[in-house]
Structures are given as structure tokens and as C-alpha cells.
Design a protein around this ligand. Structure first.
Ligand SMILES: *Cc1c(COP(=O)(O)O)cnc(C)c1O
Length: 456
């Protein structure tokens, strides 16, 4: 088309009001929540960018599919529809539904790992890491070096360091039962992984006879970046690109709360029949019979339809462009963020924006609080509150002090993004007034969820 405005590729059929509150109300709400946005009531938030996980809007096709859910305990029609949708994209032979992504991880690692093992990955997501460590194994991150330079612009900052992988496979093969690759690299700024890197990792794994698994949560967003940025893919459909990505893998874990476009669900899939059998037995222990795996029949229907919709070009164009558009607005007002913008989120660089707040007064946390008080927006800190606590009880600054603005799928429109940009412009203009925080309750595990703070 000859017009440049990218519009939301949907019209709205059901609406949910969002609630406007005053600045004074939000200050009180935040004080009552111990200055922790996780402890706010969702109805006190105007625009909620805490996560893109399970927060998307389902389509009328998905809702209609839910009415068709077959709730039979075993062998439900909905399972076969779900299985066919997963196989069409992944080509993998055995498909096990799970209640979400971490359940797939728990089943896979519970079956494959023993104490002392090592699992390499570009960057492990926190639940992936936790499930590996729970088995007494080591979750090893080997991203490419440029992944650690927030301002450096490169097309595939989510890639794995293949030289490091080769060294590991050569020197420690017996300790490595599988290799994982996360697409897109969520903990690394939502950055994509190139097809060349997926293929290269796969070839190394095959040469050393090690199973290669994708953490496929955002496979469609990754496929879209490959189409836009990698030579030879411009004319291919996102589905064909996704199919090629999976063709290099021996299996995958997936959270359907991301690119499954559903509010709950996930799956584990693989080609190895003997492994699938062991995983199915473990699935029965924790999730349920292997044709429902912790989900209702209607959830399986919603995921099946979601997997078809997520590879739609108009959808992916709108999705990736929304985040990029916010990035352009940030460039215009001089607010620093991780470049280039990723698939599902924009990551503000709070250390760069608030140099007057030292790391031990948690600049990214402080910025997240200011976003809520001034604009009613909720975001998540990815900085020294989340990562500063060391296993030996000491505190160290995180590598970066970031605030992640994650976009729920098909939920907000361009005017919401314009509002967000205006709030950030306002915050940037009064940033010297933003104060740091002191942690007054410091829980020992995953402390960002329940910690409490006082304003400095
Ligand atoms: C969300 C996520 C998971 C875990 O999925 P859940 O459905 O939240 O359990 C695993 N890996 C990545 C990359 C994720 O983004």
C-alpha cells in the first residue's frame, strides 16, 4: 500500500475499561504497597507493562474455539487440533502440552539432567535457570560479546557465542546432556537470534551428538526479525522461516503465554521417542494425562488458534513496529534505552538517565516508581534489586540498571504508546527530582516480588 501509517490490524469487539486515578491516589497506593509495583492492585494501574506473558487479548476466533473445547479426560479432539498446530510449525514428532513454559522445563530437565551437568544457552530465562539449578546442574550463559553493549546497534544481538559453544562441547562433552537456545533472547533485551546462528549451533551439537533444544517462547517475533534483517529471507513467510528455525532443533520448550497468544499454557516437543516416553511419565506425575497436560480442552483450542494467528505478517509488522515507534520517540527526547528495540519490550537505561542515583539506591526501581506515580504506568525493574543479591550474602551492582516496558499482545493502541512517550518526556524533564530508594525488607529468594522500600 502507498500509505505509511501502520494501523492496528484488528478492530475492537470487546472492551475493558482502564481506571484513571489521581497522582495523590497513586502515591498512597504505592506507599501501601511498600513501594513495590508487584504489590499494587492491577485495577489501580492505567497502562500495565509489567509483562507480555499471558496478558494478550485473544481473537474472536480463539474465543469461538474455546466454546468448541473437548473436555474429555483422554484423547480429546482439542488435543489433536493443538498437536496438529504445533507440528505444523515445529515439525517435531512428539508434543506434550503443559500448563506453562516452566512446566515443560521441569519435565525436560527432570528427565535429562543430573548434578554436575552443564546446560549452555545464549541467555537462560530466570525459570529456565532455576529449573536447571534445581537439578544440581549449571545454567551457563554464552551470549555474543555485543549483547553486553546496550548502545551498540547490531541486527542479531541475541546470538550465541558459537566459539564458546565449540570449546565447551570439545572439552566438557560428558557434562552436557543438551544445549538450549532462547529465541528471542528475553533476558538479553528481547534481541533476535539469526538463522545462521541457529544453524551453526545445531551443526556443532550434531557433530558432538548433543541434543539441541530451542526455548521457543517468541519464535514468531524472532522469525519476523530474520525476515527483516537476514539476507535471503525477505521473500519468505514468517511460517516458513519458523519452520526452518525448528528444522535445526531436536526439541523445544514453549510458553504459550507469549507467542502462543493465549492467557495460559505451554508445551514440550521433541523427536526422540524414548525421551518423549520418559517425559510423558514425568508429565503424568505433575501435569496430568499427556493429552491435556494441566490445561482444559478449551485452552488447547485457544493455543491452536493462537499459533496460527501469531505468524500473520500484518500482526507481526504492527507488533514489532509498536516497540520501535516508542524507541524513536525516546531518541527524539534523549532518553537512553537498549538498542535496537527488541521484539516484546523496550528496556530503558535507568543508569544513563538518572546518574545522580547510585546503584545501591536502585535507579531503575526508582524510575519504575516515578512512572507509576506520575503516569499510572507499571513496568518492571531489571537491575540491582532483581540481580544484586549474591549467593554469599553480599550485594553487587547488576550489569545494567534497566526498566522493561513489556507490551501485551494486541492490547494497547498507538495512542496508549503516545501517552507513554509523553509521560517519559515529562519524567526526563524532572529527572533530577527523582529520588533513590532504600530496601527496608529484603527477602532472600526472588526478592523483587516481595521486597519493600522507603523513599530516600
Ligand atoms: C516466559 C518464559 C519462560 C517460562 O514460561 P512460563 O509460561 O512463564 O512458565 C521460559 N523462557 C522464556 C524465554 C520466557 O520468556
Amino acid at each position: 500500500m502507498q500509505f505509511n501509517t501502520i494501523i492496528e490490524p484488528f478492530r475492537i469487539k470487546a472492551v475493558e475499561p482502564i481506571r484513571f486515578t489521581t497522582r495523590e491516589y497513586r502515591e498512597t497506593a504505592l506507599a501501601q504497597a511498600g513501594y513495590n509495583p508487584f504489590l499494587l492492585r492491577a485495577e489501580d494501574i492505567l497502562i500495565d507493562l509489567l509483562t507480555d506473558s499471558g496478558t494478550g487479548a485473544m481473537s474472536s476466533r480463539q474465543w469461538a474455539g474455546m466454546m468448541m473445547g473437548d473436555e474429555s479426560y483422554a484423547g480429546a479432539r482439542s488435543f489433536y487440533r493443538f498437536e496438529a498446530a504445533v507440528k505444523k510449525i515445529t515439525g517435531l514428532a512428539y508434543v506434550l502440552p503443559t500448563h506453562q513454559g516452566r512446566a515443560a522445563e521441569r519435565i525436560l530437565f527432570g528427565t535429562m539432567l543430573k548434578p554436575g551437568d552443564i546446560v549452555p544457552n545464549n541467555t537462560h530465562f530466570d525459570t529456565t535457570r532455576a529449573n536447571i539449578e534445581d537439578r544440581g546442574a549449571t545454567a551457563l550463559d554464552i551470549p555474543v560479546a555485543i549483547a553486553r553493549s546496550p548502545q551498540f546497534i547490531a541486527p542479531f544481538k541475541g546470538d550465541m557465542d558459537l566459539a564458546a559453544l565449540e570449546t565447551l562441547l570439545t572439552e566438557k562433552r560428558e557434562q552436557i546432556p543438551l544445549v538450549m537456545l532462547t529465541v528471542t533472547n528475553n533476558s538479553g533485551g528481547g534481541q533476535p537470534v539469526s538463522m545462521a546462528n541457529i544453524r551453526g549451533a545445531s551443526e556443532l551439537c550434531r557433530a558432538h551428538d548433543v541434543p539441541f533444544f530451542l526455548d521457543a517462547c517468541r519464535f514468531a517475533e524472532n522469525a519476523w526479525f530474520i525476515k527483516l534483517r537476514e539476507e535471503g529471507y525477505a521473500d519468505k513467510t514468517p511460517l516458513a522461516i519458523a519452520q526452518e528455525m525448528f528444522s535445526y532443533a531436536d526439541g523445544c520448550t514453549m510458553s504459550a503465554k507469549k507467542d502462543g497468544m493465549a492467557n495460559i499454557g505451554g508445551f514440550l516437543a521433541m523427536n526422540d521417542g524414548a525421551l518423549a516416553e520418559e517425559c510423558r511419565n514425568r508429565e503424568i506425575l505433575g501435569e496430568g494425562f499427556p493429552t491435556y497436560g494441566g490445561l482444559a480442552g478449551y485452552d488447547l483450542e485457544a493455543i491452536a488458534a493462537g499459533l496460527e494467528e501469531v505468524v500473520d505478517e500484518d500482526y507481526l509488522h504492527y507488533r514489532i513496529r509498536s516497540v520501535e515507534y516508542l524507541g524513536e520517540r525516546m531518541d527524539a527526547i534523549g532518553v537512553p534505552y537498549i538498542k535496537p528495540t527488541g521484539g516484546h519490550a523496550l528496556y530503558l537505561d535507568a543508569a544513563g538517565m538518572l546518574p545522580h542515583i547510585p546503584w545501591y539506591e536502585y535507579p531503575a526501581w526508582a524510575l519504575a516508581l516515578a512512572l507509576y506515580v506520575e503516569g499510572g504506568v507499571r513496568a518492571v525493574e531489571i537491575g540491582s534489586v532483581m540481580f544484586g543479591h549474591q549467593p554469599d550474602g553480599t550485594e553487587k551492582p547488576a550489569a545494567m540498571e534497566l526498566v522493561r516496558l513489556a507490551f501485551p499482545r494486541r492490547v494497547y493502541t498507538q495512542s496508549h504508546v503516545d501517552y507513554l512517550a509523553e509521560v517519559l518526556e515529562y519524567l526526563n524533564g524532572m529527572k533530577e527530582e527523582i529520588r533513590g530508594v532504600e530496601m527496608v525488607y529484603d527477602p532472600k529468594v526472588l526478592r523483587h516480588f516481595t521486597a519493600r522500600f522507603a523513599m530516600r
